[in-house]
Design a protein around this ligand. Structure first.
Ligand code: NAI
Length: 302
């Protein structure tokens, strides 16, 4: 079905072999979902030690999925896990395995220079037809792609955490991304069982472009003394029907991550009031209060 729905030229290179670079929170999730949907996946990170942890994480997550999906027949669940694990291998040398890949999905550290260096090197060794995609949250796809000579075969695939649970993928068409590449990325997202939406290469794409300024505005409202964080959270839960208030959400996302995004946008467009920074957020980050993951952010966690 998936192959048939592609145009005949794109069908020549339907995405079957996927290289996921970065075996952290997002990369391991992307590798798991791609393997679960029948793709052959190589997961790449900088060391075998990290890759062992990523593989263990994928297995644990698959067990959770299987327990739910095959509650009636645990033996089918075990077969499912083994089948998926067979589709994943690992490597600490991207250049050596990229030969046989249709798509490279990058989910490494959020640093422009590091991403550019990675793609620049891979561009020299990857086959002609291979599509490159970044899972960046806050950088411009065009900036990352500029280190390569395959601007037409470069796009964005922005997944959400936790990848196995979250249905959305933002598929990003940079100015030089070809229609064929964009279509292939859309089809790939659907083949993963996700719901893709398309977006231009603009800061934060859709979700973060709306969510980050909203959360920052909540912090500013609180900084002005116009409402307590508890009241603002209750107000947005009960008044707007949001499952979490903005301060709870900031703690969940991580205050360092939120600060990193807003600082980057502020540097790019200092006159945009939506991209204003916050003294309170900066103070909490400097004190190491990064949210749930450190036990304290705007709130304290046990
Ligand atoms: P993470 O820190 O959990 O994982 C990053 C992994 O990349 C680490 O295992 C690290 O060893 C590896 N790595 C770093 N440089 C590398 C290189 N040159 N070659 C190979 N591996 C390398 O980070 P996370 O949270 O998975 O984020 C990855 C990317 O996904 C970032 O660009 C981030 O902006 C984006 N993203 C993150 C989301 C989140 O909720 N955490 C959501 C959507 C996108």
């Amino acid at each position: 079905q998936y192959i048939r729905s592609l145009s005949s030229s794109a069908a020549l290179h339907a995405i079957k072999h996927v290289t996921v670079i970065g075996g952290g929170l997002m990369g391991a999730g992307i590798a798991q979902v791609a393997a679960s949907t029948g793709h052959s996946v190589v997961l790449v990170d900088t060391s075998e030690d990290i890759l062992k942890k990523s593989a263990k994480g994928i297995e644990t997550s698959l067990k959770r999925v299987a327990k739910k999906k095959f509650a009636e027949k645990p033996e089918d669940g075990e077969a499912f896990i083994q089948k998926v694990l067979k589709n994943v291998s690992t490597s600490s040398d991207a250049a050596s395995i990229v030969q046989g890949t249709d798509l490279v999905v990058e989910a490494i550290v959020e640093n422009l220079k590091v991403k550019q260096d990675l793609f620049g090197a891979l561009d020299k060794v990857a086959p002609e037809h291979t599509i490159f995609a970044s899972n960046t949250s806050s950088l411009q796809i065009a900036d990352i792609a500029s280190s390569t000579a395959r601007l037409d075969r470069f796009g964005g695939l922005h997944f959400f955490n936790p990848v196995p649970m979250m249905k959305l993928v933002e598929v990003i068409k940079a100015p030089a991304t070809s229609q064929q590449t964009f279509d292939a990325l859309l089809e790939f997202s659907k083949a993963l069982g996700k719901h893709p939406v398309s977006c231009k290469d603009t800061p934060g794409f859709i979700v973060n472009r709306l969510l980050v300024p909203y959360m920052m505005e909540a912090v500013r409202l609180h900084e002005r003394g116009h409402g307590s964080k508890e009241d603002i959270d209750v107000a947005m839960r009960l008044g707007a029907g949001y499952p979490m208030g903005p301060f709870e959400l900031l703690d969940y996302v991580g205050l360092d991550t939120s600060k990193f995004i807003i600082d980057g946008w502020h540097a790019m467009d200092p006159d945009n009031p939506l991209f204003g920074t916050s003294p309170l957020l900066n103070k909490l980050v400097s004190e190491g209060k990064l949210g749930k993951k450190t036990g304290e952010g705007f709130y304290k966690y046990k």
